[in-house]
Structures are given as C-alpha cells and as structure tokens.
Design a protein around this ligand. Structure first.
Ligand code: SOE
Length: 382
C-alpha cells in the first residue's frame, strides 16, 4: 500500500459504526488495495461521545463542528453518517472544499435537495458514492450477475418488501437520536425514504428504470411527543407504504414497506420472475440465493438454494473458506473496498450521487402519488 485516503467521518451513530468498521477491515481483507484508509477525524456535536467513539474505532482526532472538519487540509474524504436533514448542506460544503464524499442513504430528504447536491458535486468533479449497502451482499451481487447473463429471460415481475415493527407503540417519540426517523423534518419521509429507498435502489440496479408509480401510504399514529418540544405534535411521516409500478423493460413491480408488521425486525425480501427462471433473496438468510430454472429436467426441477460462500462467487474469495458465512457488516466493507478500488481504476463507485438521485425521483413520486391518489411518471433516467 502506498497512498493514503484520510477519512473524516461525520455522525457517530449506528451508520458511523458500520462505516468505521468497514474502513478498519480493509487492510486485513483487501490487502491488494493500493490506498490505505486513515481514520483521521470523527465528528459529532457531543464532545464526550465523539471522543469515546474515536477511541473505540481508532480515529486520530475529533471535531464537534462539521464545518471545521471540512476545512481541514488533512481530510481527503468526508463520510456523512448524520440524519437526512444535514446530508445536503454537508455534501455541498464538502464538494466545494474539494473533498471526496461518501454519503449514507438516502441521498436527501427531497428531490429538490438531491438535484442541488448532484449539480454541485458534478461541478466540483469530486469522487462520490451513496451507501446503498444491500447491493453488495454477495447473494444480491450474484443475482445481478445471473440476471445480466440473461438466464431469467424476459422479466415479468419484481417484488420487494421491507418490513419492521419498531414504531407500533404510540410512546415512541419523534425526533432526537435514534428516533429522528419518525420526524419528517429530519427524515423527509418515513418508510419510503428509509426502507423502500433500499428496495428501489436494488430494483433499478437489477431490473432497470422504474417508469411510473401508483402508491398508497398510511400514518397509523397521527401524533407523537416530539423529543425537542416535549409536546405532542402531528406525525408527518408515512408509517407504511405500498406501491406498484412499471419498469422500463415492461415488467411489473410491487413494493411494500411498513414499521407495523409485528414480528418483523428488518425483513428485506425480493423476488424476480422471468420467462425461464426466477430468483429470490431474503435478508434473514442473506448468504443464500434461491433460484428456479424451468429448463431443468422436470423430475428434478425445483427451487435450489445456493449457499453463496464459494471463492468464485462475488466477494467471497476475500473471506473464509467455502461454506462459511458472512453478515450484514460485510456489505459495507465491500462498498468501502469498491470505493477504494474506484480510486485506482478512476471509474465511478456505484451508486453515485447521480444514481441515487434516480431513487430519489421514485421516492418523491411515490409520496406524490399517494397524496394525490394518482399515477405519476418518475422521470427516472437509468
Ligand atoms: C431503519 O431501522 C434502518 O436502520 C435503516 O435506516 C437502514 O438503512 C436499514 O438498512 C435497516 O433499517
């Protein structure tokens, strides 16, 4: 390893941990990378917690003001792990300061914010990526390879769910650490931007652009105490969202997400049905890809469960030995590795801000469709 990429991470919550873990693992598991990750600075508003975080994850220094972090000459790349309402401001300032940017999903709260971000980032010409991590689960990456090889034939259906149950109690507040996802001001939307954004990103990557959408949303709990005001306030997010759509390739899509599916903590599933074959994947059994091929001899035809752990399957040559599994955190390690690799090849590390803006277009039209009870064209350019 010769070069260094000095990272400044902003936001030290759940995503701050997943990204920091990713940088820390690169040297061990991706030793061929020519650039070394240097954890230069971590930034969060609370001095004590950012110092504890920096110590735990190996950052050399801390900041409590993100503007100071961005102004530092010893930072090459800014990693944005803050709530959605700060993504645009931080990303735009970072691009203007000439920093590379790795931004946690979703890109932005609204399409307008996302468009502004893309405009500034493209003008600055800085390297960028958005952490839609599920693309880099080896079984999902394998699904992409199988689809691209044409094995499924013409695609008819794409189906995805992302189900949770953590907001069923009316006592869960909106706003504040951990629960900002319930505050429309901080999050922009509810399950649409938080969970369906993942499904949409994966779907367009696997199956091409989404042309138009028809959606419905529901807010089951209309008022919640706000962390800041300590008063009950109207809830502005969508608690649940269901939409269907047409893809550019003529297939039909069906998507559902909710935080009210009792018994489901984080169940992301997807299924694709083609003329010759089908594929399905389930986050709770994430090392497996299920595959059905109608061309198999009829007496043995059936769903196969492919254990994606062999060295010739995506990313798996970097890990243990065939048959041994990896987990959720590895999807982030793979994205970090691909970003570092992209510095060598000078190719984009997808999804870039521009790609993530396409997901933002779908999310915006999903909400718009639900609000107006009508079909909406997404304007996606895939
Ligand atoms: C929400 O609970 C959440 O943490 C999302 O914000 C993540 O993006 C998703 O991967 C898991 O669920």
């Amino acid at each position: 390893m010769s070069k260094e990429l000095r990272i400044g991470l902003i936001g030290c919550g759940f995503m701050g941990r997943t990204h920091s873990n990713a940088y820390n693992r690169l040297q061990n598991f991706f030793p061929d990378l020519k650039t070394k990750a240097v954890l230069k600075a971590a930034c969060a508003r609370n001095k004590d917690s950012v110092e504890a975080f920096a110590k735990q994850w190996g950052y050399e220094s801390t900041e409590t003001d993100w503007k100071k972090l961005i102004a530092r000459d010893d930072i090459d790349a800014v990693d944005i792990c803050t709530p959605n309402d700060t993504h645009a401001e931080i990303a735009i300032a970072s691009a203007k300061a000439g920093k590379m940017i790795l931004c946690e999903k979703p890109l932005s709260r609204t399409l307008a914010e996302g468009e502004e971000m893309v405009k500034v980032i493209e003008k600055a010409g800085v390297k960028n990526t958005v952490w839609y991590n599920y693309r880099r689960v080896p079984a999902v990456t394998l699904a992409k390879k199988i689809i691209d090889s044409g094995k499924l034939g013409k695609i008819f259906h794409y189906r995805a769910n992302f189900l949770q149950d953590w907001t069923i109690s009316p006592d869960v507040p909106q706003g504040g650490a951990g629960t900002w996802r319930l505050d429309v001001g901080a999050a922009g939307s509810g399950v649409t931007g938080d969970l369906l954004a993942h499904c949409i990103d994966t779907a367009m990557w696997l199956n091409g652009g989404i042309k138009d959408v028809s959606a419905m949303t529901e807010t089951f709990i209309k008022e919640r105490v706000h962390h800041d005001s300590r008063k009950k306030q109207k809830v502005g997010i969508d608690d649940a969202c269901i939409f269907h759509c047409h893809f550019d390739n003529g297939s039909l899509g069906l998507f559902e997400s909710t935080r009210y599916a009792r018994g489901h903590k984080a169940l992301y599933t997807l299924e694709i049905n083609g003329e010759h074959a089908s594929i399905r994947w389930d986050l709770h059994d994430m090392n497996r890809l299920e595959y059905f091929d109608h061309r198999d001899e009829s007496v043995v035809r059936g769903w196969r469960s492919i254990h994606v752990t062999d060295g010739d399957q995506p990313y798996m040559d970097k890990w243990w030995v065939p048959g041994l599994i990896i987990g959720y955190e590895h999807s982030f390690i793979h994205q970090a590795a691909d970003f570092f690799k992209s510095l060598e090849t000078n190719k984009p590390c997808n999804p870039t801000f521009k790609d993530a803006l396409q997901t933002q277009k779908v999310c915006e039209m999903v909400i718009e469709s639900a609000n107006t009870r009508s079909w909406k064209d997404t304007g996606v350019d895939w």
